[in-house]
Ligand binder design. Structure first.
Ligand code: FAD
Length: 354
């Protein structure tokens, strides 16, 4: 038997961040991940956007989450000797004059001037359909999540911390917290939407949302210094390539592309670009979204050594670093009351859904 302090199941953004936090607190960790297709983190575009673009409001806790995310990803870039984070502002194109008006009012009358750096006149950009003008949301950022996951995985492998297999619940003893040849003080499940197959947490109110993203090539536009947003986002990757996303589908949670999803993205791109584009490839993944849009973080009410870190929803890259830091502090015995680790709400799900 090998004994560790923590077993972490799942190496998406949730499991990766939590594993790093625990390791940096000098805890021994074993990570189990099977690298399943349709993992949200592998598919995600990686926008770190502190603003709700529809209503022009700061997203939940963004004044805390955004600086923490930038700081944490920069630290991990150093640790992994990699580059995956880029600060990039967002160009919000307005689809009509009343939307532009709403953004201008919010800029003048609310704290949104902290997030909007400037407005552009109508028809400023020849490559875009910006007849109703645009605004720049700043700061914002882009994280290349594939590189982040790959570099982290490489690191975990080199340190012999990673077990590449599907977690087999029939080999798990919840009283001993033992799994095959591993024995641990805690086990934390970070399986994204696949928590629906987890016997300990399948009653949590996860309501997964499938998303499709596309990579396109814009021959006449080598790159652009901002992420473009109007219904969907168009994210510059360099060398004429751009990621476009995303769709939202609550009924189909397969990793198959759909003709409706692809047509939706093409229509939206045509509504943004006034120049030609070609589709290079597309992928689909499933977001671990929750009915009440709050994360699912805590320990099982009946098995106090079994925990879950899930429900990062549509903004995993933004909120992941703060929430991982809070949860690891709780796991390490910090008694402070963290607003996101709300045990009463969390354990309530077991009473209601058991
Ligand atoms: C199309 C799309 C676009 C998105 N765009 C953005 C964006 O721009 N910005 C943003 O912040 N967020 C975005 N998101 C949301 C973001 O991707 C999620 O919030 C985040 O990735 C969730 O991470 P996770 O670690 O909880 O889950 P996942 O990334 O799904 O990771 C779960 C991991 O657990 C493993 N696993 C599962 N079951 C088992 C098992 N039984 N045994 C072993 N391993 C297992 C899987 O292999 C996987 O590696 C997007 C999501 C999608 C789908």
């Amino acid at each position: 038997m090998k004994t560790v302090d923590f077993i972490v199941v799942g190496q998406g953004i949730a499991g990766t961040l939590l594993a790093f936090d625990l390791i940096e607190a000098r805890k021994s960790v074993a990570i189990i991940d099977v690298n399943l297709k349709a993992s949200a983190t592998r598919v995600a575009a990686g926008m770190i956007n502190p603003v709700g673009m529809k209503r022009c409001v700061p997203s939940h806790n963004s004044h805390l989450y955004f600086p923490k995310a930038i700081e944490r990803y920069r630290q991990l870039e150093q640790k992994l000797d990699a580059n995956f984070l880029k600060l990039k502002s967002i160009l919000r194109l307005f689809s009509n004059k009343s939307l532009k008006n709403e953004w201008q009012i919010k800029f003048s009358n609310t704290n949104m001037d902290r997030y909007i750096s400037r407005f552009f006149d109508d028809n400023t950009f020849s490559a875009f359909k910006d007849a109703n003008g645009s605004a720049v949301v700043c700061p914002a950022a882009h994280i290349d999540l594939q590189t982040f996951l790959d570099k982290s995985r490489e690191h975990f492998k080199t340190e012999c911390l990673l077990l590449e297999e599907r977690f087999d619940f029939s080999k798990f003893d919840p009283k001993e917290i033992s799994y095959k040849f591993l024995k641990s003080n805690y086990i934390i499940f970070c399986e994204g939407f696949r928590i629906k197959d987890n016997p300990y947490f399948k009653t949590l109110p996860l309501s997964p949302t499938k998303g499709e993203v596309m990579t396109i090539r814009i021959p006449s536009l080598e790159t652009f210094d901002k992420i473009i947003s109007k219904g969907v986002y168009i994210l510059p990757l360099g060398n004429h390539l751009y990621t476009v996303g995303a769709t939202y589908n609550h009924t189909d949670i397969t990793d198959e592309l759909t003709s409706e999803g692809q047509a939706f993205l093409r229509d939206k791109i045509s509504d943004i670009l006034s120049v030609d584009f070609e589709v290079i490839s597309s992928v689909a993944g499933v977001r671990p979204t929750v009915k009440d849009r709050k994360t699912l973080i805590g320990l099982h009410p009946n098995y106090h050594k079994i925990g879950v870190f899930n429900g990062l929803g549509t903004r995993g890259a933004l909120q992941g670093p703060s929430l991982s830091a809070e949860f690891s502090a709780v796991l390490l015995g910090d008694q402070k009351n963290y607003q996101n680790i709300d045990n009463q709400r969390f354990t309530g799900f077991f009473g209601v859904f058991k």
